[in-house]
Design a protein around this ligand. Structure first.
Ligand SMILES: [Zn+2]
Ligand SMILES: [Zn+2]
Length: 321
């Protein structure tokens, strides 16, 4: 159970990416590909709760001028193959996932998301845990639909499954059913307390976050904590938890994310600097389920190279030509 860190090789331009002036930030203009590669390390497809198929997602990524895209569906790698097959020239695909984790060190426990890049999808520990979480999500979704139906609300499980289209079932798919039934106007509204936010909310069976970091490392992947300070999403874990995660092999923190205020981004950068972690910036694109555009936030090339250099699971894939 060794933690495969630190990276054996540093890129020649060994510029520490914390917390320096990286070319991150909102510049989703696409168009003229300059010298600086545009790298978006967090996006969802229909393999989880995005609205573009993996193939559409990689094509769109290139069309908006990205050079690198990470596909990070919730708890699944099922989008990897179709994304790889559709990879357009000039785009590099980082195969990843966003793991549904939880910190059980307080009551109630706090959910958090762990991005994992370039891990071996067949590593037994991680694969088993992902399968367990996906199965639990399905049971939970079915129970939420049953609660809604018990209150006379016209949604069905088969409809929700159809929205998930073979991908991981999530609350956004139930939200779609509520929108279709004319009960709410948007996904955001469906997540309000009187709906999926509280009244029809059931606990999720997530992965203990410490175990998740260890499993990702064992699978040769690079773990990065997604939106760690996003107070607008709910409770966040204290810094002491992130310190412990860093000791276990956490490699980076997502700083530039639409759910972080500028003060929260600065706090993430400062913490990363103290712990020797890198910082990333990503769109967390979900298609039309959210308003953020693909490539709205990006990651510096030094950080990207650090991720690639320390990964031992699968390699980045580059489109033909
Ligand atoms: Zn997330
Ligand atoms: Zn996400």
């Amino acid at each position: 159970m060794t933690s495969p860190e630190p990276a054996p090789t540093r890129p020649p331009t060994s510029d520490r990416s914390v917390p320096g002036p990286e070319p991150t930030g909102a510049s989703a203009s696409g168009g003229a590909a300059g010298d600086v590669p545009r790298i978006d390390l967090h996006a969802h497809s229909t393999a989880s709760d995005g609205t573009l198929t993996p193939a559409e997602l990689v094509r769109t990524a290139r069309a908006v001028g990205l050079d690198v895209l990470a596909l990070t569906d919730h708890d699944t790698t099922s989008g990897w193959e179709p994304a790889a097959r559709a990879l357009p020239p000039g785009l590099t695909l980082i195969r990843g996932a966003e793991l549904s984790c939880r910190w059980y060190g307080t009551e109630p426990s706090i959910p958090l998301h762990l991005l994992a890049y370039l891990f071996d999808p067949d590593a037994p520990g991680l694969a088993a845990e992902l399968a367990r979480v996906r199965a639990a999500r399905e049971v939970r979704g079915e129970r939420i639909v049953a609660l809604l139906r018990a209150d006379g609300i016209d949604v069905s499980w088969s409809e929700v499954l159809a929205y998930a289209d073979g991908g991981t079932v999530g609350r956004p798919h139930i939200a779609q059913a509520l929108i279709r039934a004319g009960l709410v106007a948007s996904t955001a509204e469906a997540f309000a307390p009187q709906w999926l936010g509280e009244r029809y909310r059931l606990p999720k069976d997530d992965i203990d976050v410490f175990r998740a970091v260890e499993l990702v490392r064992q699978a040769g992947g690079v773990p990065v904590l997604a939106h760690p300070r996003a107070t607008r999403r709910g409770l966040i874990v204290p810094d002491t938890v992130i310190v412990e995660l860093a000791a276990l092999g956490l490699a980076g923190l997502e700083a530039d994310h639409e759910d972080h205020s500028s003060a929260e981004r600065a706090a993430v950068r400062a913490l990363a600097g103290r712990l020797g972690l890198f910082v990333t910036g990503s769109s967390d694109f979900h298609g039309t389920h959210k308003t953020v555009r693909l490539g709205a936030y990006t990651t510096g090339v030094e950080t990207y190279e650090r991720i690639v250099a320390s990964a031992r699971g699968v390699a980045p894939l580059t489109g033909p030509g």
